[in-house]
Design a protein around this ligand. Structure first.
Ligand SMILES: [Zn+2]
Length: 463
């Protein structure tokens, strides 16, 4: 038996209508409420918009952060020290996992500083970028054998410093991560009106893909899922529960940049019909990636993830190639004060650009990069439209965009993030977000508290 829901008095594209949902689909849009048996919701004139899609998240890291020590909220080294000492005191033989470590606020960290805080406890601390870990000596002892992989930093005497770079999957195998529950993450996303996410985790691997599959198929993660970290030869393995997006590629200035090699990688993916999503943050990285893309040739769907420092010289190249930059506007609010202190003066004008990219014809869409920033897209929309930091300073005021533009960055198709805005229309999948006021009103005060109901594929997942 099919399930029918009617949302009456809803503002859709500026008109007051009744929207009829049947099963997964929008069946009809009428000027008057239809009769018959259905479950009805009166929108009271508030806006009904397509569900939001976050184009860049890391789901398992989000879930893991909820379960470990969250360092991101801690403002200084003293608070950091206290949090780890306390966590280690009650850890027993198990691991202490902490994430959100930030060297600028929490101070430099190696195994020696950790050992002073946690003694013989096994502790692993993840850098806020997600790309590095610092382990206590006991932690190192538990995961290292004689065969030390690249990425384990060694001091002048050849002894590990505790710092591990880009060894996330390697470490996960050795510490035997228990599956973090995605239920809370799914519920949180639903409360923001988010009905789909693109997981941008690099090289997801069978183990982590399996955790995501279980979360999707059990319903604990109701959002539709697009994956970047699936290799070209693994694409069939996610059929039926996720969509394969472009393939995630990492470049890292610290490890070394090789334009020709990167261009070859991009070409190889393109040759099997796969677009690329290349992580590039610093000026050197974005220049390298844009140059490599120009060498390899670009294909529809190619993306630059972050593009945090993006010199304007690259605009014409990116615009002509149709590359989409996936921006994180929330960083302006959450990290802006810090950027104003530490970012090179000559990089500041190119930091987290938005309006000037659009003016140059560069395609833009947005993702939170959660847990690096909050997964709340409304915070990001507010930050994009005000460019205000936490302490009220302005970062790149000329890069402001209207809140409606920023909202549009979340209303596109996951495979065409900077393409047409999805619409509430007959025949469309019923991924919907009902607000508590007209769209114009909500956009003057972008805020997740305006989200009243969320449906994914016609199923009510938040009210
Ligand atoms: Zn990311």
């Amino acid at each position: 038996m099919s399930m029918r829901t009617v949302i009456s008095n809803a503002e859709v594209d500026g008109r007051l209508v009744s929207v009829v949902i049947e099963d997964e689909i929008i069946l009809a849009i009428d000027d008057r409420a239809p009769s018959g048996e259905f479950s009805a919701i009166d929108a009271n004139g508030a806006a009904l918009i397509p569900g939001l899609h976050d184009h860049h998240v890391h789901l398992l890291a989000m879930a893991a952060r909820l379960e470990g020590v969250d360092l991101d909220a801690l403002e200084d080294a003293d608070a950091f020290d206290r949090a780890l000492t306390t966590a280690a005191a009650s850890a027993g033989d198990g691991w202490v996992r902490a994430s959100g470590y930030d060297e600028h606020r929490h101070g430099l960290l190696d195994c020696h500083r950790l050992d002073v805080l946690v003694g013989t406890s096994k502790v692993r601390v993840q850098h806020r970028s997600g790309l590095a870990w610092v382990l206590s000596s006991a932690g190192l002892g538990a995961v290292l054998s004689d065969d030390i992989p690249t990425g384990v930093e060694l001091d002048a005497n050849g002894r590990p410093t505790g710092r591990l770079l880009r060894l996330d999957a390697w470490l996960a195998e050795r510490v035997g991560v228990s599956a973090p529950s995605l239920q809370k993450i799914g519920a949180q996303l639903s409360s923001f009106g988010v009905t789909g996410v693109t997981d941008a985790t690099y090289n997801l691997g069978a183990g982590r893909a399996e955790l995501l599959r279980q979360a999707v198929q059990s319903g604990s993660l109701p959002q539709s899922l697009t994956l970047l970290g699936v290799n070209d030869d693994e694409r069939e393995s996610v059929e039926g529960w996720a969509t394969v997006g472009p393939v995630k590629i990492l470049v890292d200035e610290v490890v070394g940049l090789d334009v020709d090699l990167l261009a070859k990688h991009i070409e190889a993916h393109h040759s099997v019909g796969r677009a690329v999503a290349v992580h590039a943050v610093s000026r050197a990285e974005t220049v390298t990636v844009a140059t490599a893309m120009a060498l390899a040739g670009m294909m529809p769907g190619d993306r630059i993830e972050h593009g945090s420092v993006l010199p304007t010289d690259l605009d014409s190249l990116l615009a002509a190639g149709g590359v989409t930059v996936i921006v994180q506007p929330a960083l302006v609010s959450e990290r802006g004060d810090h950027y104003l202190e530490v970012v090179d003066g000559e990089d500041l004008p190119f930091l987290h650009r938005a309006a000037s990219l659009l003016e140059s014809g560069v395609r833009v869409a947005a993702g939170s990069d959660a847990p690096v920033t909050s997964a709340d897209p409304w915070l990001a929309i507010a930050a994009a439209s005000t460019r205000t930091t936490r302490t009220g300073q302005r970062l790149g005021a000329t890069e402001r965009v209207p809140a409606a533009t920023a909202l549009g960055w979340y209303l596109t198709d996951p495979l065409d993030p900077s393409g047409p805005i999805r619409r509430v229309k007959v025949g469309a999948r019923a991924d919907l977000c009902l607000l508590d006021a007209s769209l114009a009103e909500v956009l003057t005060d972008p805020n997740a508290s305006h989200v009243r109901n969320t449906w994914v594929g016609g199923r009510l997942v938040y009210s």
